[in-house]
Write a protein of this length. Structure first.
Length: 184
């Protein structure tokens, strides 16, 4: 049985595009065979910001390590990720568990056998030659963090969701098409 961990971090509840995408991704993955789905809503049940004492609780880390596939809803807020998602990441990037430093100081990721699919939602356009491309710190950040622990994440993006209903609809439709491809 496949274990799927679903992480949602959008503050917009039922109006959340990233939650629509994570729901569809999980639905498609679960349709491929028996699946145990664990959901963590970082808004409904927020994690405290990281403190030294929080390292003693490895619940979030063990949940992450126990999953075969992790599906993350990541809306872009002010050019980067929500603080709720950052608090979750702080608990999974752990020296000696998900990465280590080699003798020469080079980091080595220890979690390369896990699939991570990230559902991005962004109010504007931040790819390629977009005038705002230099302000994109969501996909680039998540690529770096997951790369650091040995994972090459896959991305599905709904762009332009704050640029009017027609552009939003096209962005969501494009992302849902990508979901079909990734979840196959």
């Amino acid at each position: 049985m496949t274990r799927i961990l679903r992480i949602d971090s959008s503050i917009t509840g039922e109006n959340s595009v990233s939650r629509v995408l994570t729901g569809r991704i999980v639905e498609q993955l679960a349709a491929n065979g028996p699946a145990d789905v664990i959901s963590r809503d970082l808004v409904a049940e927020p994690l405290d910001h990281l403190t030294l004492g929080a390292f003693a609780d490895t619940t979030v880390l063990e949940e992450f390590l126990g999953a075969d596939t992790v599906v993350i809803g990541a809306p872009m807020y002010n050019f980067t990720l929500p603080s709720q998602l950052k608090a979750w990441l702080d608990r999974i990037v752990v020296n000696g568990r998900t990465f280590r430093y080699g003798a020469d100081g080079t980091p080595e990721g220890l979690v390369g056998d896990k699939r991570v699919i990230v559902a991005l939602s962004r109010g504007g356009f931040y790819r390629g030659d977009s005038p705002a491309a230099g302000l994109e710190h969501l996909e680039t950040y998540l690529t770096g963090v997951f790369g650091f622990i040995g994972i090459k994440p896959e991305f599905v993006a709904a762009d332009g969701i704050n640029m009017g209903p027609e552009i939003k609809a096209r962005g969501v439709e494009t992302a849902l098409g990508e979901v079909e491809r990734l979840a196959a």
